[in-house]
Design a protein around this ligand. Structure first.
Ligand code: FAD
Length: 302
């Protein structure tokens, strides 16, 4: 068996694997796609000490760093179940069962897509999901935020300080965000809120140049000229495969304590799959380190 088995090979998992391996204990990492979400990212400008990098380049460096150590890397493998017996057992799609004394879950998350024409085509060409990451790219431009929940309204408030104008498109007749956020939003001069708006298409040629939506009350179609669209309709953690084996929040996020420990002794979690406050590369790497040290501490004590 492994001492530490990391499930997920994004920034959190890579960090956990390096921290575990540096303790000289038997470490394995199983990942569907080594690199995780950063493989889909173009520019990264908030990974502190690296002024600018690109996702695939950072993913390659993560893998290179993990390979500096004696870590058993199992790529292109999907974990489908977890059970605690004598050891913690992680079952893979291919039928194999990996045994370990401790596990670090770092299966990440994915942004929910609106699924309209143009969204996939213009990803990184005007369609964005992370205001902290990509907001500054739209300085002085017109953008829309799709989604009027807390994350959408937080994004709109954040973006309003950077861009020229923000239009919020909410599908429902009312915004769902907390009223303090709504009050703040409505106090801003460069924000328009459109409710009952069903996004129809994100348009453009090589980059985004507009968005069309249908007013659900009148059925009329409208178009807004703009350069950016932030999709803010939810971040879904990749935790379905855990069923009820482990405590998860209402949103499906794995609940962790300050050492990254979960509700199952010996099972730790890190990164975007947890109920951590913010989802960023630097934060997931930090929590990966925390979870690996938590696992090591657990091994020492048990
Ligand atoms: P992930 O990166 O999601 O990695 C999850 C890993 O788990 C992957 O290896 C995946 O294949 C694997 N996995 C999932 N399920 C299973 C399973 N069942 N079995 C086995 N393996 C599994 N953050 C920034 O700080 N700066 C940015 O500029 C930035 N830009 C972004 C741009 C985009 C388009 C996106 C989508 C995200 C961006 N982020 C950015 C957010 C950042 O990418 C994430 O916060 C970070 O990648 C989270 O790391 P993670 O390791 O927790 O999860």
């Amino acid at each position: 068996p492994f001492d530490v088995l990391v499930v997920g090979g994004g920034p959190a998992g890579a960090s956990a694997a390096v921290y575990a391996a540096r303790k000289g204990i038997r470490t394995g990492i199983v990942a569907e796609r080594f690199g995780g979400q950063i493989l889909d990212t173009v520019g990264i400008e908030n990974f502190i000490s690296v002024k600018h990098t690109e996702g695939p380049k950072l993913a390659a460096s993560l893998e290179e760093h993990v390979k500096e150590y004696d870590v058993d890397i199992m790529s292109s493998q999907h974990a489908k179940g977890l059970q605690k017996k004598d050891f913690i057992e992680v079952e893979l799609e291919n039928g194999a069962v990996l045994k370990s004394k401790t596990v670090v879950l770092s299966t990440g998350a994915r942004w929910r897509n609106v699924g309209v024409p143009g969204e996939a085509e213009f990803k990184n060409k005007g369609v964005a999901y992370c205001p902290h990451c990509d907001g500054p790219l739209f300085e002085g431009k017109d953008v829309a935020v799709i989604g009027g929940g807390n994350s959408g309204i937080e994004a709109a408030i954040d973006l309003a300080g950077i861009v020229k104008h923000v239009t919020v498109l909410e599908f429902a007749p009312e915004l769902k965000a907390d009223s303090v956020l709504q009050d703040r939003l409505y106090s801003l001069p460069n924000v328009t809120v459109i409710k009952n708006a069903q996004t129809k298409e994100i348009t453009g040629t090589d980059k985004v140049d507009g968005i069309t939506y249908i007013n659900r009350e009148t059925g009329e179609e409208h178009r807004i000229d703009l350069q950016g669209v932030f999709v803010q309709i939810g971040l879904v953690p990749n935790t379905d495969w855990l069923d009820d084996t482990i405590e998860r929040s209402r949103m499906g996020e794995i609940v962790v304590d300050k050492k990254g420990a979960t509700s199952i002794p010996g099972v730790f979690a890190a990164g975007d799959c947890t109920d951590s406050a913010y989802k960023q590369i630097i934060i997931s790497m930090g929590s990966g380190a925390t979870a690996a040290l938590g696992a090591f501490d657990y091994l020492v004590r048990n």
